[in-house]
Write a protein that binds this ligand. Structure first.
Ligand code: NAD
Length: 241
């Protein structure tokens, strides 16, 4: 059986790490991509049977080009599954958010996802096969005060998913978004306990999701789901869908 490679951006932590574990369980050789979380990426790598780590800042063209170069040189230009998970959240009302934070969030979440697809899809087009899974957010669909910029980036990712799905269908490349709700990671640990209780009231299942519950869905889209493309799969305990 041919070895298949799955590349997960921001794979050292949270949802990305859960995706790395689930894809490893499914038999993939996993490329754990990181920017600054080197120690966490190395710790995760030590626990997976068949993987490699790869560094690059997705907010810069050079950072993504370097990921492309390493895949081309060291991994025979092969990526069967790309999970665009790297992202940051910005929590600020419009009137107090500043332009530098706006730009940084756009560069990582939007341009990073778009440019990663532009570069890595080249390998899939050559092979006439591939899966691209973009991690967006329920906040791309549901307006959330203080998260205007974050919500805009995630809505942009969902639109990108739909366009890329149409453009790449001719090469047998399936493109979908997985849109998590409130998941228990470092990103949500910052939310004060009182506010968390308010959020839980809006979630029919009454709890946060675990990163593994997102990783499971990513595994399904990477290995099954052969007639699903251009879809936004919501994983949010029933709060929206
Ligand atoms: P996290 O902070 O653990 O993960 C984000 C990852 O992105 C980290 O590994 C980080 O190092 C990486 N990253 C950030 N900037 C980068 C850059 N410039 N270059 C390369 N990598 C970079 O938090 P998480 O909750 O696991 O988030 C993962 C994804 O899931 C994000 O896209 C986030 O928006 C999305 N998401 C999270 C939740 C949630 O409730 N936790 C909900 C919806 C969507």
């Amino acid at each position: 059986m041919e070895e298949k490679i799955a590349l997960v951006t921001g794979g050292g932590t949270g949802i990305g790490a859960a995706c790395c574990r689930s894809l490893s369980d499914a038999g993939f050789k996993v490329g754990i991509h990181y920017n600054s979380s080197k120690v966490k990426a190395e710790e995760l790598a030590a626990s997976l049977p068949n993987c490699f780590i790869i560094q690059g800042d997705v907010s810069t063209v050079e950072g993504i080009d370097s990921v492309y170069d390493v895949i081309k040189k060291d991994h025979n230009g092969q990526v069967d599954v790309l999970v665009n998970n790297a992202g940051i959240a910005l929590d600020n009302p419009i009137f107090s958010a500043n332009l530098d934070d706006f730009q940084k969030t756009m560069d990582i979440n939007v341009r990073g996802t778009w440019y990663m697809i532009k570069r890595i899809a080249r390998f899939m087009i050559r092979k006439k096969s591939g899966r691209i899974i973009n991690i967006s957010s329920v906040i791309g669909s549901v307006p959330n005060p203080t998260q205007s910029v974050y919500g805009m980036t995630k809505a942009a990712i969902d639109n990108l998913t739909k366009v890329a799905a149409i453009e790449l269908a001719q090469y047998n490349i399936l493109v979908n978004s997985v849109a998590p709700g409130f998941i228990d990671t470092d990103m949500t640990k910052k939310i004060p306990e009182e506010l968390q209780k308010e959020i839980f009231k809006k979630i029919p299942l009454g709890r946060m999701g675990q990163p593994e519950e997102v990783g499971d869905v990513v595994k399904f889209l990477a290995t099954s789901g052969t007639y699903i493309t251009g879809s936004i799969i919501h994983v949010n305990g029933g709060m929206y869908g």
